[in-house]
Ligand binder design. Structure first.
Ligand code: AMP
Ligand code: ZN
Length: 464
């Protein structure tokens, strides 16, 4: 098994620290809002890693944190606290906000067949561990106090920037206007913040009431559950330059060495080749996709078609193609069920080893998916192939044994076109303020068993 290590910038042969068990830490969600499909891409990558390790016989001890302490609106220590901001706008407590979005997040990952990590600790349950960590950093000379918090002194750690390859002096030259003049270096970051009175989430500490910095959370929980050294750390590529760099600095400050051996990062999902952002209205959730008629596993299939280290461009055309492809694949697989064409053990072994080579080569899932397609398309139809495909589906987890939806008949396609034409006529009538005509069309559709649903994206119809 080989994986690309962000730290060494090359693929490395994998060997676990402890024989038979792999210890993994994954940066989890910040639960102040719905997770979007880009976030989900990163967790699907994390899940594929789990499944491939298990395929190779490893047991897993995998930790994914829930960030339920607000951290500020940027990776830096500035701006408004995200959780408190959501709490204010929704008139709920930050604890209620965090609980609500945590439940939705867990429901969504279940729907995507993302296996739940063995441990899912919440930051708010580990404040004492974080305080201890910060105290020790101060004792060891890596932390210093200012009027608004405790900061990590990056000048004490010569290796700072090792993961991203960023040079410290370049950061200094390029740094924005400094908001906190008490910081010794612009890239020094808060490991503990002193809380202003109005800050809702705050805890007692040796430095008065306050709350932890974001980066300390992962270092403290990783240490508690996985020990001073563990195998793999995952996250999205956006974590490389700040969050993970800071995690490493904190751990080295405490232990004298980094904790994670292998750093794996999932590339971003784009929408229509651009950034996903709230202001562009393109941060879709899993619910949005379901409302548009896409099963969560169609999105999973869509993601598995791209390698985790490449950007993946989300489009609805792409989703339509994934929907059709998954359905066709299930139909092709079903043809093997109970079939008895002769297939040699050599042929089966060749398929199996091609699949295995792909998944073990830095999670080449798109290639592995192609090999499953070849199995399914084989002109020999055999239960033995069916069983092999189902074994491979323990890695893909696409419910390949599910019955395919029936293809639309030509007649059904014509009927759908007619209905859509009527809906357009109705829209035109409404626009022209001809409400009598619009109502007549609605009634006609109703008589044919068609219900119209108005949505912000336009009118949708369903067979009542
Ligand atoms: P957050 O809840 O904002 O901390 O993000 C959760 C995870 O989603 C992190 O691992 C991010 O790196 C990842 N992430 C954020 N945006 C995207 C995106 N557009 N594509 C893929 N992963 C993303
Ligand atoms: Zn983290």
């Amino acid at each position: 098994m080989r994986f690309y290590n962000t730290m060494s910038r090359k693929k490395e042969e994998f060997k676990s620290l402890e024989p038979g068990t792999v210890r993994i830490y994954s940066c989890g969600p910040t639960v102040y809002s719905y997770a979007h499909i880009g976030n989900m891409r990163t967790y699907i990558f994390m899940d594929e890693l789990r499944r491939v390790l298990r395929w190779n016989g490893y047991k897993l001890l995998h930790v994914m944190n829930i960030t339920d302490v607000g951290h500020l609106t940027s990776d830096a220590d500035e701006g408004e606290d995200k959780l408190e901001k959501a709490a204010k706008t929704q008139q709920k407590s930050p604890w209620d906000i965090a609980k609500y979005y945590t439940e939705i997040f867990l429901r969504d990952i279940d729907r995507l067949h993302i296996d739940r990590p063995e441990l899912i600790p919440r930051a708010t349950d580990h404040i004492q561990e974080m305080i201890d960590f910060v105290e020790k950093l101060c004792e060891r000379g890596y932390g210093y106090e200012t009027s608004d918090g405790i900061y990590y002194d990056i000048s004490k750690y010569a290796g700072y920037g090792c993961l991203s390859g960023a040079k410290l002096d370049e950061q200094q030259a390029g740094a924005r206007v400094e908001v906190n003049s008490e910081k010794r270096h612009p890239a020094d970051f808060a490991i503990w913040k002193k809380a202003p009175k109005e800050h809702i989430m705050q805890w007692e500490s040796p430095w008065g009431m306050g709350y932890p910095g974001w980066h300390i959370e992962c270092s403290a929980m990783g240490l508690k559950y996985l020990g001073e050294e563990f195998d793999i750390h995952t996250g999205g590529v956006d974590h490389i330059p700040i969050h993970h760099e800071n995690e490493i600095a904190q751990t080295v400050g405490l232990l004298g060495h980094p904790a994670a051996r292998l750093w794996m990062h999932g590339e971003f999902m784009l929408v229509n080749n651009g950034k996903m952002s709230k202001s562009l209205g393109n941060t879709y959730t899993l619910d949005d996709l379901e409302e548009r008629g896409y099963d969560p596993l169609v999105f999973r299939y869509f993601c598995l078609n791209g390698h985790y280290r490449n950007k993946l461009n989300f489009t609805f055309d792409g989703m339509d193609a994934a929907k059709a492809a998954l359905n066709n694949l299930r139909a092709a697989v079903a043809a093997h069920k109970g079939a008895s064409d002769e297939i040699s053990d050599e042929e089966l072994a060749a398929f199996l080893s091609a699949f295995e080579d792909a998944i073990n080569d830095d999670l080449n899932i798109p290639k592995a998916l192609g090999i499953v397609w070849n199995m399914a398309r084989s002109h020999k139809k055999s239960q033995k192939l069916y069983d092999l495909i189902m074994k491979c589906d323990s890695v893909l987890s696409l419910d390949l044994d599910r019955a395919p939806e029936e293809k639309q008949t030509a007649e059904q396609v014509d009927i759908d076109a007619e209905i859509e034409a009527l809906i357009e006529q109705r829209q035109a009538a409404r626009k022209a303020k001809n409400f009598a005509e619009a109502d007549r069309i609605r009634d006609e559709l109703k008589a044919r068993g068609i219900a119209l649903i108005d949505t912000p994206q336009g009118v949708r119809w369903e067979k009542a």
